[in-house]
Design a binder for this molecule. Structure first.
Ligand code: MV4
Length: 450
């Protein structure tokens, strides 16, 4: 096992990793920018190192500074959290060259999944159902026209280097295809330095359902069920839950086993998430994330498995401690990402928290790094914290969520708590009857405006 882990992140995920280190008896090193000197992850770590000025480019993304921090503290492994360097294959390679372990997937798997065309081709070859579309990159406009006619309109143009919703175009009529291709190519080139495009059948109102997996890099891999992350705004997840209201046990077992089998075939190491658009009873692979995700607590609450602990164990070369039949699902969990934003305009609202009283009680978990009197800096994401609630049934979970949201006090800044108080009382949400566009349509109706 590792002796000392350097946590190359900040905020709630740095604290989350720190907790796993403590439970494993591993020393933890925090790193921080000058803006985060009084952050909770710095206070609770065994040691800390300042790695640069506030902009992430000069601190949390500063590879030489992180290497120096490993050297100074004698850390033998780095946990990247999510965001920042979490899916950077080159970072993992550089660490290896300096005899420091990267707590995450192999560089080759991060590279494969970072190329959306290669990822989709690999998924298809591994028996994972994919969205109908071009077999690889679009060669010419003529080919795109042929394909669009073949698979039928509407189609979606996507960038090979994209992901997270950037560089996508929906085409509903054929005479708009050529212009959309030109625009998408130019945008992709400007944003990613790579204008390679591919094309897919556009799915109108799917759900976003993702399968959590865990592998040990030695041919053992298991799935830990799904999370339904359909409630998003501008490609930012807002509410995640598991199990999905749209699936039953047989459906979960089938897609879960398909994904786990694929991960065994590539000797996948670490945690990972395979994302699907789910419509008309069918799963359609879109991409794979090779990191611990923001919403991982949903899975922890329904499986009782500590995903970060398991991620550290397999990174240290241990075999998977669990078999698929030892993974069981209990009850229901919902996570709300509470942001420091105005709940109507969604404008960021950094600043000092002058009153802070998080909810508690049975089945209530808060993953947050804020505290009474803490000032949220303006340089990073606007997450105040995640409220994760579990219950024996979805309806008990919703009841408990409403109760927890009503207890939650955060004063001094605007937060999205009022949005969640409204969502937890909406008929469509209570019925589990929603899709990837539901939240934006709801907000466009002005449901929350005074
Ligand atoms: C799609 C799609 C419809 N059809 N692909 C957006 C983020 C990127 N990861 C994939 N995305 C989409 N791909 C096909 N073939 C609709 C979306 C999409 C979306 C997906 C998941 C969650 C929220 C979304 C919001 C808008 C569009």
């Amino acid at each position: 096992m590792f002796d000392k882990i350097l946590i190359a992140n900040r905020g709630e995920i740095a604290l989350r990793v720190l907790r796993a280190c403590k439970e494993l008896g591993i020393a933890a090193v925090a790193v921080h920018s000058t803006a985060d000197a009084d952050a909770m992850h710095v206070r609770l770590a065994d040691e800390s190192v300042c790695i640069g000025p506030p902009p992430a480019k000069h601190s949390y993304l500063n590879i030489p500074a992180l290497l120096a921090a490993c050297e100074i503290t004698g850390a033998d492994a780095v946990h990247p959290g999510y965001g920042f360097l979490a899916e950077n294959a080159r970072f993992a390679e550089i660490l290896a060259e300096h005899n420091v372990h990267f707590i995450g997937p192999l560089p080759e798997h991060m590279r494969l999944m970072g190329d959306k065309i290669a990822a989709k081709r690999a998924a298809k070859e591994l028996g994972i159902p994919t969205v109908p579309g071009s077999d690889g990159a679009i060669g010419s406009d003529a080919e795109a026209h042929r394909l669009a006619r073949d698979i039928g309109l509407p189609v979606m143009i996507k960038a090979a280097a994209g992901g997270g919703g950037r560089g996508m175009k929906v085409v509903r009529v054929e005479n708009e295809l050529a212009a959309a291709l030109d625009m998408a190519r130019a945008e992709a080139k400007a944003a990613f330095g790579d204008g390679t495009l591919y094309l897919e059948k556009y799915l109108e109102r799917p759900r976003h359902i993702e399968i959590q997996i865990l592998g040990d890099g030695k041919g053992h891999a298991i799935h830990l069920g799904e999370r339904d992350c359909s409630l998003q705004r501008r490609h930012q997840k807002v509410w995640e839950e598991g199990p999905s209201p749209a699936l039953n046990t047989a459906m979960r077992d089938e897609i879960g086993e398909t994904v786990a089998k694929a991960m065994r075939a590539i000797n996948y190491l670490s945690v990972g998430t395979v994302e699907f658009l789910y419509e008309d009873g069918k799963f359609n692979f879109i991409e794979m994330n090779t990191r611990i995700q923001v919403e991982h607590p949903v899975t922890e609450m329904i499986t009782d498995i500590d995903l970060v602990v398991e991620q550290i164990r397999v990174a240290a070369g241990n075999n998977l401690a669990l078999t698929q039949s030892e993974v069981t699902f209990h009850g229901h969990a919902i996570e709300c990402r509470v942001n420091a934003e105005n709940p109507v305009s969604f404008r960021p609202s950094p600043g000092r928290i002058i009153h802070y009283h998080p909810p508690g009680g049975l089945g209530v978990r808060i993953d947050s790094a804020v505290y009474h009197g803490y000032a949220i800096p303006p340089f990073y994401d606007s997450l105040v914290g995640k409220l994760i609630v579990r219950g024996k049934t979805r309806s008990e979970c919703l009841m408990r969520l409403r109760r927890a949201l009503d207890e939650f006090v955060v004063e001094g800044i605007d937060t999205t708590l009022p949005l969640f108080r409204a969502l937890a009382r909406e008929t469509n949400i209570i019925d589990g009857d929603y899709h990837i566009h539901w939240l934006e349509e709801y907000l466009a109706r002005g449901a929350l405006d005074q």
